[in-house]
Write a protein that binds this ligand. Structure first.
Ligand SMILES: Cc1cc2nc3c(=O)[nH]c(=O)nc-3n(C[C@H](O)[C@H](O)[C@H](O)COP(=O)(O)OP(=O)(O)OC[C@H]3O[C@@H](n4cnc5c(N)ncnc54)[C@H](O)[C@@H]3O)c2cc1C
Length: 465
């Protein structure tokens, strides 16, 4: 296993495209809620850390591109160490597909490098503007969880640097407990300086796509069963409609084309959401109208097409900074994974609660998680149904709804995703993640986050409404 030293500029290769929307203070999470003040320091070399910590107070937190929705990448009154300047590709082994890169490289940069060479990410989230370190620290999942597990399952090793200067090579064999604590460890165990990622071969940018309309959770479950061998599956679901349209949606399937085709890099995104939308722009009527159009946009009940990977994996990346659509108050995401035993009933009950609240947006996703165990001690995925939905942040309304939905998730044996959360109570977090005290022993004493302070708070304090 190589132990790259990217402190040597001679070894370093700058990865392809620049990453839009990064690094300009004030640093916000994607949901733009909560808004917490912190000092922002850019890391450029692995050696910058831990020297930088000496002059700070209020704790530090490594961050990537701030694509987490809530406060897992925020630190009120502390110092955020942004890693996007540590973005060098260090080594690539075409025989095995193993790429070694600094942790601040983005998945977009990896794709620019890998696709022309006939390789693709083993797991990708719904945006390519996340860093390698951020992907490991939240042990992210993609549309192929049933086939491939989560991101950490494809990371052979990484280096972890602690604030006291200790450097550790972590893998399932070397320092295995630190490996498990850091995958999904929310940045709290130390700075990931570089990591290896096992890429997978492709022969074309094209995806063989199918879209199938469904009506209700039982039809969704039937489709999931029928297409269980297809690599990528995900569903858009209408969370506003009640009555006969309750839980209608589109089940989307995809596989990398096996017909050799184009392998060029993607052009840069051009559209930027131009302004901060007024708070009233997203309301029940506008979302309901959008959902009806979206559902019927697919005119036939079942369509097949060949699609480029960009719109298949990253439809939202076409418009940069689309989070401004939610106005100044921002948005909150609610995302659960409920095990199969309670998955059907829990999903129906939660969808009804959401429909009755009248608060849903059109960005709602339903999918199944598979059986591959995550390697992280605090990883979110577990076998069952995963559901994610954006809510506009409305003072006095959204947070109480999220707390109710969190309690319902707990009742059905599920858990919420820290990367998407701004509202979990300490009781909810500690019940969702019973390992948390064992995990806390691996936390670096100089590192903390607004999320961690909130969910381990025993004073009974609640997020501000
Ligand atoms: C449109 C959109 C779609 C998304 N879709 C998905 C999805 O399908 N699946 C999914 O799982 N997630 C999804 N996400 C969430 C996103 O993938 C995660 O929040 C990801 O971790 C963000 O990475 P980042 O580089 O922006 O890190 P940040 O958000 O800046 O930080 C995330 C965490 O990583 C830690 N961290 C960052 N770099 C390091 C480092 N070098 N060393 C140690 N810790 C570090 C931070 O401390 C923090 O805890 C989506 C987000 C958006 C905006």
């Amino acid at each position: 296993m190589p132990a790259p030293t990217a402190d040597s500029p001679a070894l370093a290769t700058h990865a392809g495209s620049a990453v839009p929307g990064s690094g300009k203070p004030p640093f916000e999470s994607w949901g733009r809620y909560p808004k917490h003040d912190a000092r922002l320091v850019q890391l450029h070399w692995q050696s910058d850390f831990p020297g930088i910590i000496a002059g700070t107070h209020g704790g530090v937190l490594p961050v990537g591109l701030g694509r987490s929705y809530g406060d897992v990448c925020l630190l009120n009154g502390g110092t955020l160490l942004q890693t996007t300047g540590m973005n060098r590709l260090l080594d690539f082994e075409p025989r095995t597909g193993v790429l070694t890169a600094e942790a601040g490289v983005s998945l977009a940069q990896i794709l620019d490098f890998a696709v022309p060479r006939g390789f693709f990410l083993p797991v990708t989230p719904g945006t390519k503007y996340v860093t390698l370190g951020g992907a490991i620290a939240n042990d992210i999942h993609g549309k192929n969880h049933e086939a491939a597990g989560s991101f950490g399952n494809h990371v052979p090793c990484f280096e972890l640097v602690r604030s006291d200067g200790t450097r550790m090579l972590c893998s399932p064999r070397d320092n295995p407990e630190w490996f498990a604590a850091t995958i999904g460890g929310m940045g709290l165990t130390g700075l990931i300086t570089w990591a290896q990622l096992r890429l997978k071969p492709i022969v074309s940018r094209a995806i063989d796509y199918e879209g199938i309309q469904f009506h209700g959770i039982d039809e969704f479950l039937e489709l999931k069963q029928r297409y269980k061998d297809v690599e990528y599956t995900v569903s858009w679901i209408d969370c506003v409609s009640t009555g006969k349209n309750f839980a209608r949606g589109i089940f989307m399937l995809g596989e990398h084309s096996r017909v050799p085709g184009e392998l060029k890099p993607s052009p840069p995104a051009k559209l930027v959401f131009p302004f901060e939308a007024p708070g009233f722009a997203l309301n029940r009527a506008s979302v309901s109208a959008f959902n009806t159009v979206y559902f019927h946009k697919q005119r036939k009940a079942h369509v097949k097409a060949i699609q480029d990977y960009e719109p298949f994996f990253y439809p939202l990346d076409a418009v940069l900074r689309w989070n401004r659509m939610y106005g100044r108050n921002g948005l909150a995401q609610f995302q659960y994974a409920i095990p199969w035993e309670g998955a059907r009933e829990g999903t129906i009950a939660i969808l009804r609660e959401i429909a009755n609240s009248g608060l849903a947006s059109f960005l709602a996703v339903l999918k199944a998680f598979g059986d591959t165990p995550s390697l992280g001690m605090m990883s979110f995925p577990q076998p069952g149904i995963m559901f994610a939905l954006d809510f506009p942040m409305k003072p006095g309304i959204t947070l109480p709804l999220l707390e109710r939905l969190g309690d319902m998730t707990l009742d059905y044996g599920g858990r919420l995703y820290p990367a998407k959360d701004a509202a979990m109570t300490p009781h909810q977090f500690q019940s969702f993640y019973p390992n948390w005290q064992r995990f806390a022993r691996f936390r670096d004493p100089s590192i903390t986050s607004s999320f961690w302070e909130r969910v381990t708070d025993t004073t009974g304090a609640r997020p501000t409404r």
